[in-house]
Design a protein around this ligand. Structure first.
Ligand SMILES: Cc1cc2nc3c(=O)[nH]c(=O)nc-3n(C[C@H](O)[C@H](O)[C@H](O)COP(=O)(O)O)c2cc1C
Length: 181
């Protein structure tokens, strides 16, 4: 049976390498996984007062997570951590209080950044362990670096063999991980 995976990307830049990374994951996903990119770039900044209002963008992303069997968070590294855009989506989907949609959903983590560091995904692991998030996390994260050295070509296709291997490894590990749920 095919499992549905919602992919949230914490950058909406026209030239985002993380968007490219997510599209590459979509391309290499096995038949057991169907990856859908969920736009989080239009979410108003989370504010508790919005819990009691009709915010169509919040409803759209919450519905997407409700329907997903699993999730992948893809983020750039911003000043040593995840981007504000991905954190905003995490907060929106964890609320209203007592109605977090994250709890128990299996999670994969990926990041493309300049240095190839794991800081952004490691910070996300801490968030995933929080009481109102509480998601099991695939141990293998898909982190690629050196993005300015031409990992992607002008058409947005991944051309670095090293990065391809890393993301293939991540996808295989995530597929095995998802099979447990
Ligand atoms: C505000 C900001 C902070 C950044 N901080 C880091 C950092 O701490 N480590 C790193 O490797 N790259 C850092 N970068 C570089 C990003 O990883 C790089 O711009 C990457 O392209 C962002 O992903 P995107 O193309 O998907 O937006 C930073 C970029 C921005 C805009």
């Amino acid at each position: 049976m095919t499992k549905h995976i919602a992919v949230l990307v914490g950058s909406k830049s026209q030239t985002s390498v993380n968007q490219r990374l997510a599209k590459h994951l979509q391309k290499i996903a096995p038949p057991s996984l169907q990856l859908t990119l969920v736009d989080i770039g239009d979410l108003p900044l989370y504010d508790r007062d919005l819990d009691t209002q009709d915010v169509p963008a919040y409803t759209r992303v919450r519905d997407a997570i409700k329907q997903a069997d699993g999730v992948i968070w893809v983020t750039p590294e911003h000043n040593g951590s995840y981007s504000a855009m991905i954190k905003n989506a995490i907060d929106v989907i964890s609320r209203p209080a007592g109605q977090s949609l994250w709890i128990g959903k299996p999670l994969g983590l990926a990041s493309a950044n300049a240095s190839g560091s794991n800081r952004a995904v490691d910070a996300l692991r801490v968030i995933a362990s929080g009481t109102y998030i509480n998601m099991p996390v695939c141990p293998f994260a898909g982190v690629i670096g050196g993005i300015f050295a031409g990992a992607f070509d002008d058409n947005g296709e991944l051309v670095s063999e090293q990065a391809k291997n890393t993301l293939q490894g991540f996808m295989s590990a995530f597929d095995e991980f998802m099979a447990k749920f």
